[in-house]
Design a protein around this ligand. Structure first.
Ligand SMILES: NC(=O)CC[C@H](N)C(=O)O
Length: 411
């Protein structure tokens, strides 16, 4: 069988070929010269499988799609507190190159606009080989799973007209939010924007954020889970500049756009997505990219707020068996899954022993584990015997805290 996923992506891009609205960014010479008809769409699942169509191997400069990844690198290098001291996490509701600073602290409102991204670039570990740009290349390459490079021509072309970004950096220096030289930081930030990627690379990088920081193809943990979660949160709040509100409403996928026409999406627990099409709308977002994401979100149920009642699926069956009550669980036991089980256990009457069969459980989250153990402890306080069937060891060291390890059975 040929998997239908790639065919679906083809259908989406085929439907966009005739859309020619918008125009390419013209303030960077290399972007002004881009072929506006190029089109690519790529998806990588958190399981590490990639599907892509169109110009999926065409390299383009990453531009502002670098911002969330550089933010993640700064969190890695400096920790949350130091990063929070120079940049906020609020949507700005303004254009990407606006000097939008918070009242009082003078911090740029978020790391997804230029002012914030320039401050973030200044935070990167400059002691790495190749300095801050070397650091960017190392982290980006680990995220993509291949060695990435800077396009010197894109960089030189943008530096020739970088007055506005230089102004932002000088302004940030007056507030002590950038300490390195303004020219140095903007030069490094512009190189960061000039890293060459393909749509396939960006989808894989996004899948790394979506999977909580583990690069799903190489298996390497590139980012701590908390860094991935924070990066996705800021993308959701501010990744689409002044279109953030309508983006959340219509698409509901944490995302980041760039002036070269790339659009990154990362859906937690599911997939990284990238579209590439150079014509931009008035807000600087790729016209066909926005349409592709709207369609994917609607067709594939990818809107973050599309809530599934998964908790109830955890209970596979309850059986009265030879004088004992057996609960068979399945899937991933998280807060709502454990709550569902605890609710059922609370209805239990009588004195027969309770057996929890975990044979079909993939995993318990930390809170799921603590809640299930607390349930077992309370059953024992009520004078009931409890036992576990857990041949795969999904609940290692089942100590409910009363000093008595729970008995194990084989299925
Ligand atoms: N929105 C963007 O992609 C902007 C990135 C570009 N390098 C700039 O700083 O202007």
């Amino acid at each position: 069988m040929r998997t239908p996923v790639r065919d679906y992506l083809l259908e989406v891009t085929d439907g966009l070929v005739d859309v020619r609205d918008g125009g390419v960014a013209d303030y960077i010479p290399a972007l002004a010269a881009a072929d506006p008809d190029r089109l690519a769409l790529a998806v990588t699942t958190v399981g590490g499988r990639s599907y892509s169509v169109g110009d999926d191997d065409l390299e383009f400069s990453v531009q502002s799609i670098s911002k969330p990844f550089a933010y993640a690198a700064a969190l890695l290098d400096r920790g949350t507190e130091a990063v929070d001291a120079v940049v906020g996490v609020e949507p700005s509701g303004e254009a990407f190159d606006e000097l939008s600073l918070e009242r009082g602290t003078h911090r740029p409102r978020n790391p997804m606009i230029n002012a914030g991204a320039i401050a973030v670039h200044g935070l990167l570990d400059a002691s790495a080989p190749g300095g801050r740009v070397g650091r960017v290349l190392d982290v980006f390459s680990a995220l993509a799973g291949r060695r990435l490079v800077v396009d010197d021509e894109v960089h030189a072309g943008e530096m020739a007209t970088a007055d506005r970004n230089l102004a932002l950096a000088h302004m940030l220096r007056t507030y002590g939010l950038v300490t390195a030289g303004a020219h140095d930081v903007v030069d490094g930030y512009t190189r960061q924007c000039s890293v060459l990627v393909t749509a396939r690379d960006v989808a894989v990088m996004g899948a790394t954020l979506a999977s909580g920081g583990v690069q799903p193809v190489t298996g390497e943990r590139v980012l701590p889970a908390a860094v991935a979660r924070r990066t996705l949160s800021v993308m959701l709040a501010a990744g689409m500049y002044d279109a953030a509100g309508s983006w959340i409403t219509h698409v509901g996928i944490p995302a980041k756009s760039g002036v070269s026409g790339g659009l990154l999406g990362a859906l937690p627990g599911q997939a990284g997505i990238c579209s590439f099409s150079p014509r931009l709308d008035g807000q600087g977002n790729s016209v066909r990219g926005v349409l592709a994401f709207r369609r994917l979100s609607a067709d594939m149920g990818m809107h973050l707020m599309e809530a599934e009642r998964l908790g109830e699926t955890v209970l596979r069956e309850r059986r009265d068996d030879d004088g004992e009550v057996r609960y068979a669980l399945q899937g991933v036991v998280d807060f709502t899954g454990a709550e569902h089980l605890l609710h059922e256990l609370a209805q239990e009457e009588g004195r027969s022993p309770v057996v929890l069969d975990l044979s079909h459980v993939d995993r318990l989250t930390d809170v799921g584990r603590r809640m299930v153990l607390e349930g077992l402890r309370r059953l024992r306080l009520d004078g009931r015997d409890v036992a576990l069937v857990d041949d795969d060891g999904v609940l290692p060291d089942p100590d409910p805290g009363d000093g008595q390890v729970v008995a194990r059975r084989t299925a």
